[in-house]
Write a protein that binds this ligand. Structure first.
Ligand code: ADP
Ligand code: ZN
Length: 210
């Protein structure tokens, strides 16, 4: 089973992708997390990607596609995977098709722009493992610390308010057209993002039928 999560920045794709990963035992692949890791490790891809990410722009396709191809070629992805943050534009979706990847379902987690802006200020991410938290909706057990690995849960560089607005604009211009792309192929399901993570989880599992 190959799944795609669509949705605005902060809609909760990463959180839902984690739930589905646990349930279906297939890896969740987040291009955002992989890019942040590359930036942290100052790899060639990371150095090239950083300026785009800091502005809230999409990183050039060549860089992201390279990272994604390597990841889904790994053995744990042989029985399927969940893509969180890829594809991010129509060209990337076409590339996925050209790679021979059959998408079973694209799930859009829908949240209004107003609610996105309100949510983003509370978002925290583990510096070490990339797990995501929210000060109100999904607080870690110990404030500022990751439940999974004990790392520091911090505000992401690109979660500053100016950058959030820029990322929302990028989302509407470049990524939202993917709803049409997958809808035309009969692959789109929309999940209305709820305030409580568990409610969204239930709706997401329902959409997948798992
Ligand atoms: P968001 O919370 O905006 O969904 P992500 O963690 O998915 O954040 O991505 C963070 C940043 O990484 C994006 O703003 C973008 O610059 C870059 N990025 C992630 N995935 C892609 C992709 N598929 N194509 C281009 N850029 C990407
Ligand atoms: Zn962690």
């Amino acid at each position: 089973m190959n799944l795609i999560f669509l949705g605005a920045p902060g809609a909760g794709k990463g959180t839902q992708a984690e739930f589905v990963r646990e349930k279906l035992a297939i890896p969740a692949v987040s291009t955002g997390n992989m890019l942040r890791e590359a930036v942290k490790n100052k790899t060639a891809a990371g150095l090239a990607a950083k300026e785009y990410m800091d502005r809230g722009d999409l990183v050039p396709d060549e860089i992201v596609v390279g990272i994604l191809k390597d990841r889904i070629a790994e053995s744990d992805a042989a029985n399927g995977f969940i893509l969180d943050g890829f594809p991010r534009n129509v060209r990337q979706a076409e590339t996925l098709e050209e790679m021979g990847v059959n998408v079973d379902l694209a799930i859009e987690i829908h949240v209004s722009d107003e609610r996105i802006c309100a949510r983003m200020s509370g978002r925290r991410v583990c510096e070490k493992c990339g797990a995501s938290y929210h000060t109100v909706y999904k607080p870690p057990k110990t404030e500022g610390k990751c439940d999974a690995c004990g790392g520091d849960a911090v505000i992401r560089d690109d979660d500053k308010p100016e950058t959030v607005l820029s990322r929302l604009k990028t989302y509407h211009e470049k990524t939202a057209p993917l709803k049409d792309f997958y809808s035309k192929r009969g692959k789109l399901k929309i999940v209305e993002g709820q305030e409580a993570v568990d409610d969204t989880k239930r709706l997401t599992f329902e959409a997948i039928g798992c």
